[in-house]
Design a protein around this ligand. Structure first.
Ligand SMILES: Cc1cc2nc3c(=O)[nH]c(=O)nc-3n(C[C@H](O)[C@H](O)[C@H](O)COP(=O)(O)OP(=O)(O)OC[C@H]3O[C@@H](n4cnc5c(N)ncnc54)[C@H](O)[C@@H]3O)c2cc1C
Ligand code: FES
Ligand code: FES
Length: 510
């Protein structure tokens, strides 16, 4: 078994465990770094959070991720920091983040505390102006069951006050945080060691595994276990067999790009399948092509999960309520599919598949054995600012909850009329659907923002058509009737968001 070269806190180590093992088991079991806790083992509690440093482009970046869902192979050539590593530079044994927790009595039994410290340290390391909203967002995937969140919030507020003037340039920021003993000196060592090196080596292995059924017919192809971020895979397979060595999409640079591509006359924005949900929403080009999409980021899971989960994993996992799938369906996305064996080869022929033709039945995909999803293409508009986009999701909790129903809508307004209307419906059938009837109601209809009555009438018509076209099942997340009514209400909610100043809200709900 090949060894994995990883910097663990302040020492480079060669790990012998297989690449598909959840990192948590190695961190606690093999390395004895027991500050990293095992709570839920499903990405829900944040107790297992670790900091992972890696070279991205020409800079080094640190982000907190849940180690229970992280494939060990992802760490090749990277820097893993646990709480034991964080305190290495702290003169009195406490970093300023830990000190803030102590001063505010924000820890009681202490089981959750390492995860909170790691998540808040990661937030400070990110090049943004610290504010309380950002700090609380950083810990939206961390649960505490005994202290209460008031004290944790006050500790976060202390950090905002103390670190409000951090440099925004990432290298300077990391150096400042090492000087302030928030981060350990091993961060500076890792930055020096990474300078001028290519990004982490590729890993590509084949082995059969527990993936959704694939409907394709590639001859003699070997089924592959593919892992993106692992946030679905390891929830379903928490204890993989010894020797498990999947194809890790995040280790292939070709799968991690966001760039423009052309195909005959058309231009597309290509989003690599291994782009994380976090990077998707942060991308300036994604925000340029889909104005306002960043508003919907925090509806997806938590910061810890978004740091790990990939766009491709969301699609191939084939959940009828997958949020990114819902957004991409409304945006008219196409999938770029390649044979896994040639995945890293730039000249491999691509198979293109409109996203709506990818789902053949519940968890049954238009993806042959041996094929992997390489990227997603989003159509580029001549004038991106003409695109109107909205996403809605009905779930019990704001964070860390899967939708009962979700819905996205995308259209242009051209010469006062709705054009290129696409509406996705999730959670109302075994696969994500397009709301064809509702699209027909809107396509070509007049769109006069000064006429709230006509807008409200259109919203109600589209809502009725969407609702009447579906026959959802009842399950733990909601009854059939509830889902139908939510589809109706979510359509109205789109109109209220997209025509906020028109008065349509008052017209719909006088
Ligand atoms: C706590 C928690 C909260 C969550 N909240 C949400 C939420 O709010 N909204 C939501 O939509 N989802 C949510 N999820 C589900 C999950 O995070 C997403 O579906 C995520 O996008 C999956 O991406 P991944 O990279 O982690 O997939 P993985 O787990 O790596 O893979 C998922 C499946 O896709 C296959 N696969 C992955 N990449 C490829 C590829 N490139 N080619 C072929 N096959 C591939 C894998 O083999 C696997 O079968 C949540 C999960 C957790 C644990
Ligand atoms: S153990 Fe709960 S998120 Fe990993
Ligand atoms: S301090 Fe006990 S769970 Fe948070």
């Amino acid at each position: 078994m090949a060894s994995l070269h990883v910097k663990i806190n302040n020492i480079w180590q060669d790990l012998r465990s297989s690449e598909g093992m959840p990192a948590l088991d190695v961190v606690r079991g093999e390395l004895g770094l027991t500050s990293t806790k095992e709570g839920c083992r499903e990405g829900d509690c944040g107790a297992c959070a670790v900091l992972v440093g890696e070279q991205v482009g020409d800079m080094v970046r640190y982000r907190a991720v849940p180690s229970c869902l992280l494939a060990l192979g992802e760490l090749r050539g990277k820097h893993l920091v646990t709480l034991e590593g964080l305190v290495e530079g702290a003169k009195d044994g406490l970093t300023p983040v830990m000190r803030a927790f102590l001063d505010e009595n924000a820890s009681q039994c202490g089981f959750c505390t390492p995860g909170f410290i790691i998540a808040l340290t990661s937030w400070l390391a990110e090049p943004q102006v610290p504010d309380l909203a950002g700090a609380l967002r950083a810990i939206d995937g961390n649960l505490c069951r005994c202290t209460g969140y008031g004290a944790i919030r006050r500790a976060a507020a202390r950090l905002v006050e103390r670190f409000k003037d951090l440099p925004l340039e990432s290298g300077a920021r990391l150096k400042t945080l090492v000087e302030a003993q928030v981060l350990p000196p091993s961060v500076l060592e890792f930055m020096a060691e990474s300078a001028g090196k290519p990004e982490a080596d590729s890993v590509s292995r084949k082995i059969s595994g527990n993936a959704p059924a694939r409907g394709g017919n590639a001859d003699n192809a070997v089924p592959v276990a593919v892992v993106g971020g692992g946030t679905d895979y390891y929830v379903r397979n928490p204890d993989p067999e010894e020797g498990f060595s999947p194809f890790l999409t995040r280790m292939l640079p070709e799968f991690g790009q966001i760039r423009y591509v052309s195909d005959r006359e058309d231009r597309w924005l290509e989003v690599g399948a291994a782009v994380t949900v976090r990077d998707f929403f942060s991308s300036h080009v994604v925000r340029h092509e889909v104005p306002g999409i960043e508003r919907f980021e925090t509806m997806f899971a938590s910061t810890l999960i978004r740091n790990l989960a990939t766009v491709g994993g969301n699609i191939v996992n084939a959940s009828p309520v997958a949020d990114i799938t819902s957004m991409l369906l409304a945006l008219g996305a196409r999938l770029v599919i390649v044979p896994e064996a040639d995945a890293g080869n730039k000249n491999t022929p691509l198979r293109l598949c409109p996203l709506e033709q990818f789902f053949l039945g519940y968890k049954k995909l238009n993806l042959g054995p041996g094929e992997v999803l390489k990227a997603v293409w989003i159509p580029v508009l001549a004038d991106p600012s003409s695109r109107k986009f909205s996403f809605e999701k009905a779930s019990k909790r704001r964070n860390l909850d899967i939708a009962a129903v979700n819905m996205a809508i995308s259209f242009r307004i051209d010469k006062g009329r709705f054009r290129d209307v696409r509406i996705s419906l999730g959670g109302v059938a075994p696969v994500p659907l397009l709301g064809i009837g509702a699209q027909e109601v809107l396509e070509g209809a007049p769109c006069d923002v000064s006429d709230k009555k006509s807008l409200a009438g259109l919203a109600k018509n589209a809502a009725r058509r969407a609702e009447s076209a579906i026959s959802p099942i009842s399950d733990v997340r909601g009854s059939s009737d509830y889902r139908r009514r939510m589809v109706h209400q979510l359509m109205l909610a789109h109109f209220i968001r997209l025509f906020e100043t028109s008065g349509v809200a008052e017209e719909l709900f006088p």
